[in-house]
Design a protein around this ligand. Structure first.
Ligand SMILES: Nc1ncnc2c1ncn2[C@@H]1O[C@H](COP(=O)(O)OP(=O)(O)OP(=O)(O)O)[C@@H](O)[C@H]1O
Length: 488
């Protein structure tokens, strides 16, 4: 199949995914697409929250001064840009930007602190450490933030939303826009877990298939969804009063702008929001187009941006394997499986046809394989991802539909059975980064193996190496010792 027509087909399918009507929601948003976040808020926790709020202003001033002086020290010692691996570019050098060392220091509400610890988080990641103080500052700051895949961006903006919500106000106050149905559900789950002890706060999913009666006025404080439905709920159906929104989050901005229509819909939502609404935009990659879009949608932002060479994580080891045909690539894959223990793997193919063929071959070899591709209905896709996440299958073979955002902790190996290229046959660096970012989540070690089967794919690989200033080593998959070594 020709590259152009395939790539186009997948893109169109992705764009269409948001507009598939009539899907029924299963367990995870509950029957009406609403989820209660919480159950168990203790009165002690509630009291300490009140005390926190009543803290005298001069104490706040002291804290701010201390924080500012810490920040100045960090900047002087160049720690912010070096050890933190993030480059903080601030619009206003005097803005209260400070780095913190523990979740306690972020002054989270007690219920949220419990939620964070309940998820097993001990310390904030760099992006959380850097972005949260800006997001929680008063008045709230706008933010455009980049951080590598799997470094805790979702958790960061979920905490920001939950911190700003006023639970007694029974109307939407936070909107979070995700590029796909699957990512909206995934983020919803994080909100539910993080806000477990915040029982008054509720969340609703603005996704196709969650059909509400006309005239509905939402009581949930947080709405998470895809751009098309979110826009309809704000403008056409008026389920949401956009003028009451305090926080607007745009997640995976790079994916958003790559999907036809989403950029426009996001901008239209943003224009309905009040001027003092906090705008937060997150992405793992920031090509110029993404940055331009980000700056259109987020006025006067603080910007956290990575240097190019920091985009790939050192915790993910990258290799390539030379082959001559897809059969040889399959054999190489079997050799890798024969030599190392793989918790779970994701294998990316260029076309649905190759993905289908490969899934069949792997099953015949006795692997438990899941196949995910763009022609599936969104609800089927969510079910496949769920099964994989629960470990029912050990290998997920997919096209680009699954390259971005999906968080499955156990993925220890990513295989690019075909290297990612754009419609013109050039390397698709963003997709490469997103694909390999399915492993090495939050500091875990990961392995990314690229199959190279022609001169032109070697050329693509070389250009990817150049782009990220990263050396991708050759691996001989006939040498079992060598394979074993890379996994040690
Ligand atoms: N402070 C923390 N401590 C421990 N684990 C964390 C922390 N923050 C996030 N995680 C976990 O790390 C994983 C990745 O986090 P998350 O999905 O928020 O990353 P991300 O940057 O949004 O990734 P992507 O760019 O792929 O969307 C998740 O499983 C999450 O539960």
């Amino acid at each position: 199949m020709a590259t152009d027509s395939w790539a186009q087909a997948v893109d169109e399918q992705e764009a269409a995914a948001d507009s598939i009507g009539g899907l029924t929601l299963k367990e995870k948003p509950e029957a009406n697409g609403t989820a209660a976040i919480a159950t168990d808020s203790s009165s002690a926790a509630a009291k300490s929250e009140v005390q926190e709020e009543k803290k005298p202003a001069d104490e706040d001033d002291k804290d701010d001064k201390a924080a500012q002086s810490l920040l100045n020290k960090l900047i002087r010692s160049n720690l912010v840009s070096n050890t933190n691996q993030v480059e903080v570019l601030q619009k206003d050098p005097n803005s209260p930007l400070y780095s913190v060392k523990s979740f306690e220091e972020l002054r989270l509400k007690p219920q949220l602190l419990n939620g964070v610890y309940g998820m097993g988080f001990n310390r904030p990641s760099k992006i959380q450490e850097t972005a949260l103080p800006m997001m929680l500052a008063e008045p709230p700051q706008n933010l455009i933030a980049q951080s590598q895949s799997g470094t805790g961006k979702t958790a960061a903006f979920v905490l920001a939303m939950l911190s700003h919500v006023e639970p007694n106000n029974k109307y939407p106050q936070c909107l979070c826009v995700s590029p796909t149905y699957e990512l909206a559900l995934q983020t919803g789950k994080v909100i539910e877990q993080m806000g477990k002890q915040y029982e008054e706060v509720k969340l609703v999913y603005a996704i196709r298939g969650n059909k509400l009666p006309r005239g509905t006025k939402l009581h949930e404080q947080i709405v998470i969804g895809t751009p098309g439905t979110m826009l309809d709920w704000c403008s056409k159906f008026k389920f949401i009063d956009p003028k009451k929104i305090k926080v607007f989050v745009l997640d995976e901005a790079d994916v958003m702008i790559a999907t036809q229509g989403h950029q426009d819909q996001s901008i239209r939502i943003q224009r309905m929001l009040p001027e003092n609404c906090q705008m937060l935009l997150f992405s793992a990659t920031f090509e110029e187009t993404v940055l331009n879009f980000a700056q259109r949608i987020v006025p006067e932002p603080n910007i956290i941006k990575l240097k190019r060479e920091e985009e790939t994580l050192d915790t993910i080891k990258q290799y390539y394997v030379l082959c001559n045909s897809r059969e040889e690539k399959f054999q190489a894959l079997c050799n890798i499986y024969g030599a190392i223990t793989i918790a779970q793997a994701m294998v990316f193919c260029h076309t649905r046809k190759t993905a289908g063929w490969l899934a069949g071959e792997l099953s015949r070899e006795g692997h438990q394989v899941a196949l995910l591709s763009g022609e599936m209905q969104v609800e089927q896709r969510a079910a496949v991802i769920d099964r994989f996440r629960n470990g029912k299958e050990k290998v997920l073979v997919t096209t680009n539909v699954c390259a971005r955002g999906i968080d499955v902790e156990q993925v220890s190996v990513v295989i690019n059975f075909d290297l990612p290229v754009d419609r013109d046959g050039n390397p698709d660096n963003e997709t490469y980064l997103h694909r390999i970012g399915r492993t090495g989540r939050f500091g875990k070690r990961g392995l990314a193996i690229n199959m190279v089967d022609s001169k032109s794919s070697m050329n693509i690989l070389n250009r990817i190496q150049e782009h990220f200033s990263k050396n991708i080593e050759k691996l001989d998959t006939d040498d079992l010792d060598e394979i074993e070594k890379i996994a040690s």
